[in-house]
Design a protein. Structure first.
Length: 176
């Protein structure tokens, strides 16, 4: 009985500390919370379950379908992965903002997320434009991501892989 009581106390104390750490991380966010925004958007889309006119192109081949997405977190994963709110990157981006737009530009050419533009109407984000780039010995990849709140998204990717050549991908999704 005593061991159970001690274990319960430890769990309560640890969960309290974790909640406090989560709050501190949120308060320390230096930039717009892309991961949080797209996570919430994915949950809303999962509930709404819209039909999506989705077209996928690889080089010259294109396929278009009307779909119900099974997993919006997976569908919006590239947008979430572009989040720049990591403590190590606190001073890695310049910020330029106005009432209708925020722009973040990387100071370091080696960071994956190079540029983020967020457009606002009536204080709410309506469009995201994200540019990412990765260059290493095996491949070069550039992505241009666009998301229009609750209406459409676009993923344009150019990839050059050693020994495999170049490929261009274009994914467009329009919500019905």
């Amino acid at each position: 009985m005593r061991n159970l009581l001690k274990a319960s106390m430890v769990i309560v104390l640890l969960s309290g500390c974790m909640a406090k750490e989560d709050q501190e991380v949120k308060q320390q966010a230096s930039y717009f919370d892309l991961k949080g925004y797209f996570s919430t958007t994915a949950q809303q889309l999962q509930k709404r379950n819209p039909t999506v006119d989705k077209s996928v192109a690889k080089n010259e081949l294109t396929e278009t379908k009307k779909l119900k997405m099974e997993n919006w977190n997976q569908e919006l994963a590239l947008f979430m992965e572009a989040d720049i709110n990591k403590p190590a990157w606190k001073d890695s981006y310049t910020k330029d903002s106005s009432a209708t737009k925020i722009t973040y530009i990387s100071k370091d050419p080696d960071l994956k997320t190079q540029k983020i533009e967020i457009y606002f109407e009536k204080g709410l984000p309506v469009k995201f434009s994200i540019h990412t780039s990765v260059t290493n010995l095996l491949y070069d990849t550039e992505e241009h991501l666009e998301f229009y709140s609750d209406s459409a998204y676009l993923i344009n990717k150019h990839q050059k892989v050693v020994l495999l050549g170049e490929n261009n991908y274009l994914i467009k999704g329009k919500f019905q």
